[in-house]
Design a protein around this ligand. Sequence first.
Ligand code: GDP
Ligand code: MG
Length: 678
Amino acid sequence: MGAERKPSATSEGFDECEADSHVSVNAEEVHDAVLHDYVPIVSSYNSRIRPLLDAVDRLRQLQVMKEGIQLPTIVVVGDQSSGKSSVLESLAGINLPRGVGICTRVPLIMRLKHHPSLVPEIFLQYNDKTVPTDEAHIADAINLATDEIAGDGKGISKAELTLVVKKNGVPDLTLVDLPGITRVPVYGQPANIYEQIADIIMKYITPDESVILNVLSATADFSTCESIMMSQKVDKNGERTLGVVTKVDKEPEGLLEKVTRNDVNIGLGYVCVRNRVGDGSFEDARKEEAALFATHPLLSRIDKSTVGIPVLAQKLVQIQANIIAKCLPDIIRKIHEKLKASAAELNRMPKRLSSVAEAMEAFMSIIGSSKESLRKILIRGEYDEYADDKNMHCTARLVEMLDQYSTELRDGSKSGCKKNFLMDEIEVLEDTKGIELPNFLAHTAFLAILQQKVEGISKVPSGFVEKVWTYIEGVVISVLNHHSESYLQLQLSTRRAGHKLMSKMKEQSIGWVREIVQMEKETDYTCNPEYTKQWNQLMAQQHTVIDNVSKYSTSEVVIDGSTEVLAEGLWNYKHVLPQAFDLKMRVLAYWKIVLMRLVDNMALHLQHSIRNLVNKEMDKVIVNELLGTGGGGAIEKMLEEPPSVANKREKLRTSIKLLKESKEVLANIMDEIATGGY
Ligand code: GDP
Ligand code: MG
């Protein structure tokens, strides 16, 4: 007997990663055992495959399919009234709801199990409950359960119903009966009934792990059967499709030719059967079937290895053993992979915070790490955390902006004074005249010119700080976002605090800029010797330039490297020309100092403000925003996880639990096989 053979599967458990190597359920061996020992629909069913089938059934019960792991399954499909339920009845030797119209409205998982006792044990499992029943009441119990799952109309549902039949002599088989395909909705059925049913059927027959038991009525033209068209979509060559031809008593003519020709490409072959008609006993039905195939002039010509319910049972048991043996290693591998992935994902999820102290800790760590990141990118110029994001290489970006600012200042002060050399100065000198000695240069005249110039560029520094702080704001918010990623409920308030902080910094800078611009307007001072040096150099040209203007009526002069165009009536002001020239040269020399000062000061100010931001203001503003009166209990909110996160965690936990259980189920069975304990 098969039991004496050494099992080929080993098991030291199948811990992590090594799942594959530990499982080697030998398909051939299982197959052999089944072939040699199986006597159909009687009690001596070989017990070899049983633990494996039990394990698969247990996995099915655990709903491991929810994790995307497909189980080897025999799926019964067929057009409406093709005889699906009748075939299942014949296999199980029990009454199922049968009749015209749509009877099977939910996927019915039928688990047939031989057991030694002569008293059958029958129960239904659905909606997380187990409902015992008996042979006489199965049909009613199924109808009741169906009503509960799919409503008492004619609608269908995807939720499964499991029927467990433990009965002496039944083959150990698990089959899924699906609603029959119907093109035309009957009264009370939803208009899209066909799509709904097709959906369910496709879901069950698509996986490669499924064997399709295609129930065909002998009275039908196979090639036009909906169930054939469907199974051909997912199993073109019919490699995993078995045909069962019912109602052979109704139309025996041409049946032999039909199954021999195999127009519809069924790969696993046909079994022709005659089901029970009416309410006779199943034993009688088997006898009638046997007699029919033995004596009917047409039917008796069909090969005996392809007729009768017992043959069908035997074939199914073989097929089942094969697919289980084939799929199991893969299932074990997939369970390990999924388990690992889910565990890793759960690990990556933010910790659930359970106390204010824990939340505070998390919050402080967000601020701490954000500050450190900002110090690195804004102050120290270390951008390893954002290697690929140029925008976050802040020190470099800030220098670029500062250079651009300097250029803008220089460009801004050039415009508008090209074509009227000395005219502005002359006008100012005229207007600031007083009753005093003529050869003193009036200080007010100098200031008047200076103010005009400062006014001309006054928008540049404030525009620059606006731009710089907008940039820094983007950086700060992105850093805060990044570090508070794990605490979505905190991210919003942190971001709000971030914006608040930045507008405070911006405001401070703008105030400062306004002040320095105002200072430049009000006072002229520098201790920089460069000023006097420049002025002296420029003044050395005075005589030459004035001579040129007065004697040779030149139209252009070159001052400090730039060409100045003379105005027409300049000569009329010859008495003030030396003074005007002097004034212009002072302004020229001094303006360079002013521009330098505006750039230098701005650079120092920015450096100072950024340090201030990171080292002082950030703590102050954010802590105040979150914990202060305006915080709205942000820390308390941190304790409540958003439902999406909580749900995800729960889902992962459930899935891990399920996968662990599945792993255990398989480990146990492998142990059993290894020790020959069955
Ligand atoms: P389902 O809709 O595919 O589940 O089909 P059923 O099992 O409910 O069968 C539909 C009808 O065909 C019922 O009235 C059955 O009694 C009948 N039927 C099923 N198999 C046979 C068979 O082998 N011979 C005869 N004569 N009738 C059958
Ligand atoms: Mg049915």
